[in-house]
Design a protein around this ligand. Structure first.
Ligand SMILES: Cc1cc2nc3c(=O)[nH]c(=O)nc-3n(C[C@H](O)[C@H](O)[C@H](O)COP(=O)(O)O)c2cc1C
Length: 351
């Protein structure tokens, strides 16, 4: 795909994928809970931080590499765990994993993936994490933790904000039927429970238990307060993902970038802080890292990449972000990810 012929930024990827996807699939991916205030806020809040350009600091050789709970990545953007990549392209997660590997980053595989967890490991020589929930059945949680380890997944991501189903009005209006993930146990006759989700009765004891049941790094996803960051650290988590699930679960929250400083302060260097929600530009990534995130994830943009051009599309989405991060870092006088500190940004007064 030549740069000028194809989309040149993630918004153009979204526009093109909207033309190509069936309306109900586009709405499922793009939509959020109730009024979609949090979806919008995740994006807009990045504008409330401005960059502070610096000059004459030798930025001739940039190094974007870093580590995330011990795994080295070529640049600090990971693919967020998202169910059913086949909604957007027949090769689904296989295409996404190859793209992540080509770009030297990690695919976090959703509990609701449309690809078999084992088959997927054979598609590329890269890095995979497995996302799951504290399931209703602890035996299932245990067997997924064991499976992740045996199959060579390098971390488990435990999604904690999905204990109760959300209200997504686009899906209700479209009478959308969500696919059941390919890795759940087969339904018995007469059973109709939809795709997984957390156990509504789960407590911090469950996270402690998960930590004790695996020697893989545990990444707690869906954390939006300093209090919960502290509890994650106490439960033994290795990292938190500051995330409101892309505004898809609870509406009317702050944006994730607004919560980040509180989360970083609460983590107090004890656990890594990651972030997702509304990342669409390299500048967003640089702002998040400057405010203390170790790395960020993209969710919806991976579907836009898949819908436009499968593996090549996801690769291009990641490359565009990488190019934009490079421009931003160079112009802020920062040659390495480690040198992105709070002095890179300043709170921008409202216009
Ligand atoms: C279509 C779709 C499916 C998702 N499925 C999951 C999932 O199965 N598990 C999970 O933890 N998060 C899921 N998410 C949330 C993402 O992991 C991530 O938190 C969110 O998409 C980040 O925001 P962004 O889309 O603005 O980048 C999903 C998001 C989308 C768009």
């Amino acid at each position: 795909m030549s740069t000028n012929a194809g989309p040149i930024n993630l918004f153009e990827f979204e526009a093109l994928s909207k033309e190509r996807l069936p309306k109900e699939e586009y709405d499922y991916i793009a939509g959020g809970a109730t009024d979609e205030i949090s979806v919008e806020r995740n994006r807009r809040a990045f504008e409330s931080w401005a960059l502070r350009p610096r000059v004459l600091r030798n930025v001739s050789a940039l190094d974007l590499s870093t580590t995330v709970v011990g795994t080295r990545v070529n640049f600090p953007v990971l693919l967020a765990p998202c169910g059913g990549h086949k909604k957007a392209h027949p090769e689904g997660e296989f295409a996404s994993y190859r793209a992540a590997t080509a770009c030297g980053t990690i695919l976090a595989v959703s509990a609701n993936a449309s690809a078999d967890f084992q088959e997927l490991t054979k598609a590329a020589p890269g890095h995979l994490w497995l996302q799951m929930y504290p399931f209703r059945d602890p035996e299932m949680t245990k067997s997924w933790l064991q499976g992740a380890k045996e199959l060579g997944y390098e971390a488990v991501c435990i999604t904690l904000d999905s204990q109760w189903p959300p209200k997504r009005e686009r899906n209700i209006r479209n009478n959308y039927k969500q696919m059941r993930g390919a890795n759940y146990p087969k339904l018995g006759p007469g059973e109709s429970r939809g795709p997984g989700g957390g156990n509504p009765a789960a407590t911090w004891k469950d996270l402690e238990w998960i930590k004790s049941a695996t020697d893989l790094p545990v990444v707690a996803k869906g954390i939006m307060t300093g209090e919960d960051v502290e509890l994650c650290a106490e439960a033994g988590a290795d990292a938190v993902i500051v995330s409101n699930h892309g505004g898809r679960h609870l509406d009317n929250t702050l944006a994730t970038i607004e919560v980040l400083p509180e989360a970083v302060a609460a983590a107090n260097g004890k656990i890594e802080v990651l972030l997702d929600g509304g990342i669409r530009r390299g500048a967003d990534v640089v702002k998040a890292l400057a405010l203390g995130a170790k790395a960020v994830f993209i969710g919806r943009p991976l579907f836009w990449g898949l819908a436009v051009a499968g593996e090549q599309g996801v690769t291009r989405v990641l490359e565009i972000l990488r190019e934009e991060i490079e421009i931003t870092m160079a112009k802020c006088g920062r040659a390495t990810v480690a040198s992105l500190d709070p002095t890179v940004v300043v709170k921008a007064p409202p216009l």
